[in-house]
Write a protein that binds this ligand. Structure first.
Ligand SMILES: [Zn+2]
Length: 388
């Protein structure tokens, strides 16, 4: 009996240590503290497993309303994180998507990744309130169905239903860019704003809209498709079938195409080929940044054009919607320097109507890869118990 009370006391001690330590190092915490604590309390060291269990159930009991899982599901990797109400990430798990596999197997992998994150946080499934997922779209957030995801080759996959049946935890789904925008709005560069537009520049270009503090989905849940805003009539062909979309000029895919054409077809001199390990099929964002920093003329010209058209796109957004803030994120923006952002601001101002840009900030995102999981956790929390 004395031992049991003592175990509870030590359990509490470890529960606190686990909270402080980000829940990631149970073994370490026990190794460092167990010996002296067991000696002090008279509990044999062989009881360590029971102590850990006690600590975990204490965490589950006392912190149960606080935890949700945020998931960022991409074509190559799945990230899952346990997140508290204030946006603190307690644990993370990562796994390869293996998009070539059957959707059922990919969904199994998502569920495994979530379970891994829960376990790593030292929590039980019962202590998780809900799961939020940012996934590639178009999708139906209400029913939780991915309508079409080209990079996964998914058509009408009921992801919400499938995950709920595997995890037995309420699950909510939204577009990955919307979720990233929400993350930046609540915990990143957009804190305190009432309306903003998030623009993420990577292999494609996606956008998310916050209006009056809420994510705006639009009638067909497709609002925010800034990548397909036409910024150059008769411009380069876009994957969507149109020509001159922002994505067809300023995405990493478009930048790569333009550089490749300049080097291979027009014979322009550039050392980006060496910087990108001899291939020009997929130029990484970091390589672009290196080429710009080293003065590579071809790359600098293409990047300046990229910034110009992003500026033109933003000018239209500001003319039309007049949000308080534009947040720029994604791999390309993260890799490039201030010069890139300054150029975007310059063109946005030049193309926007007089005074419409006054006081509107164009800033870079703050959360990096975490925007997705944090935004997904916020949506999971907000949607819990509500209907669309
Ligand atoms: Zn397009």
């Amino acid at each position: 009996m004395k031992n049991l009370t003592a175990i509870k006391g030590v359990g509490e001690f470890f529960a606190e240590k686990l909270r402080q330590g980000g829940y990631q190092s149970i073994a370490n915490i026990v190794n460092v503290n167990a010996k002296s604590l067991c000696a002090d309390t008279g509990i044999p060291l062989s009881h360590a497993a029971r102590i850990i269990k006690e600590a975990q159930s204490l965490i589950a009991k006392t912190d149960s309303e606080k935890y949700v899982v945020g998931v960022d599901m991409g074509g190559t990797k799945i990230l899952a994180a346990i997140i508290t109400g204030d946006g603190t990430i307690l644990s993370r798990a990562k796994t390869a998507t293996k998009a070539h596999k059957d959707p059922t197997q990919v969904i199994d992998r998502i569920a495994d990744c979530i379970n891994k994150a829960i376990k790593q946080a030292g929590l039980s499934k019962a202590s998780i309130q809900s799961v939020g997922i940012g996934a590639p779209g178009p999708l139906d957030p209400k029913d939780g169905v991915i309508i079409f995801a080209p990079n996964l080759n998914w058509y009408n996959v009921p992801l919400k239903k499938e995950l709920e049946s595997r995890l037995n935890i309420p699950t909510f789904l939204d577009n990955d860019v919307n979720v990233g925008t929400v993350g930046e709005f609540t915990h990143g560069a957009g804190q305190g704003a009432n309306s903003l537009v998030g623009i993420f520049v990577g292999t494609g270009i996606g956008g998310g809209i916050i209006l009056n503090g809420k994510l705006f989905h639009g009638t067909n849940k497709t609002a925010g498709e800034i990548g397909h805003m036409i910024v150059k009539a008769n411009g380069p062909k876009c994957n969507c079938g149109n020509s001159g979309c922002l994505e067809a000029i300023s995405s990493r895919t478009a930048i790569t195409k333009k550089i490749r054409k300049a080097v291979l077809k027009q014979g322009r001199k550039s050392h980006i080929l060496e910087l990108n390990d001899g291939n020009l099929d997929n130029i990484r964002s970091k390589t672009l940044a290196k080429a710009v920093a080293s003065g590579d003329k071809v790359t600098i010209k293409v990047i300046r054009r990229t910034a110009k058209y992003l500026g033109i796109g933003i000018a239209s957004v500001v003319n039309f919607l007049n949000p308080e803030m534009i947040i720029l994120g994604g791999g390309v923006v993260e890799a490039l320097d201030d010069e890139f952002i300054k150029r975007i601001r310059k063109f946005a101002k030049a193309y926007a109507l007089p005074n419409t840009m006054d006081g509107i900030e164009i800033v870079t995102a703050k959360l990096g890869d975490d925007a997705g999981v944090i935004g997904a956790s916020v949506l999971a929390r907000q949607n819990l118990g509500t209907t669309y």
